[in-house]
Ligand binder design. Structure first.
Ligand code: ADE
Length: 222
């Protein structure tokens, strides 16, 4: 999978794409990350990428030229997914992550302004928000999405890191986990997990999963 990030702050990505599972996915050549500073494509000698809104009002608007020029230079395949990050987009969730993990090419357009010139939207296949709050820009949102997407690509996670039983993949929140020691500061591991009866263990986990989902996220059960 090729993932392109159109951003004014490519340095923000260094730690996230260069660490842990996202870095390993690149080393394994399962994904490649391409950071593009769209200021380089402004098309004007002052490298200006924003301007005042027609009609007046507060805030600046991202100009169309830098984004159109950067996109032209990318020479994307016809079926590339082009994602505009904004609070007005469709909510991102595990189902969307699963869908996007099957793509060959994804572009994230990360703005840092009051808004995008509306013509930029003609380049886009999806508008996505990562939650009902306003970030200073799309970068953190694109990194959160990349993390959720890349770990789902076959070959990225090892068997021990498997995502099959993740919260949300099952439609519910995950059950509680325990590891050694058996007793810690007076807190004991539930007996059922110690007796090796896998039918009982599965039943307990399902019940705990349901209980947790009912308490914390009843909306998931509707
Ligand atoms: N840009 C600013 N806020 C955002 C959000 N909540 N999701 C995605 N992109 C954004």
């Amino acid at each position: 999978m090729n993932i392109h990030f159109l951003t004014l702050f490519p340095e923000m990505y260094t730690g996230v794409l260069g660490s842990s599972i996202l870095a390993r996915a690149k080393e394994k050549e399962i994904v490649d990350y391409n950071l593009i500073n769209f200021r380089d494509y402004s098309g004007n000698k002052h490298n200006k990428v924003d301007d005042y809104p027609y009609g007046g009002g507060a805030g600046m608007v991202l100009k169309p030229e830098p984004i159109f020029n950067a996109m032209d230079a990318l020479e994307l395949s016809d079926d590339a997914r082009v994602i505009l990050l904004c609070p007005q987009g469709a909510p991102f969730n595990q189902k969307k992550a699963e869908e996007l993990s099957k793509e060959q090419e994804i572009v994230f357009i990360c703005g840092h302004y009051e808004g995008y010139d509306e013509r930029i939207r003609t380049l886009v296949t999806d508008e996505i928000s990562i939650g009902d709050y306003v970030l200073t820009g799309g970068e953190v949102a694109s990194m959160a999405m990349t993390d959720a997407i890349v770990r789902l690509i076959p070959g990225v996670l090892s068997r021990e890191e498997s995502h099959i039983e993740d919260s949300f993949s099952t439609g519910m929140l995950e059950h509680p986990h325990y590891t050694r020691p058996r007793e810690f500061r007076g807190m004991k591991v539930p007996e059922v997990l110690l007796n090796g009866n896998h039918k009982d263990i599965d039943a307990w986990r399902l019940e705990e999963s349901l209980k947790r989902t009912k308490e914390r996220r009843p909306d998931l059960l509707e």
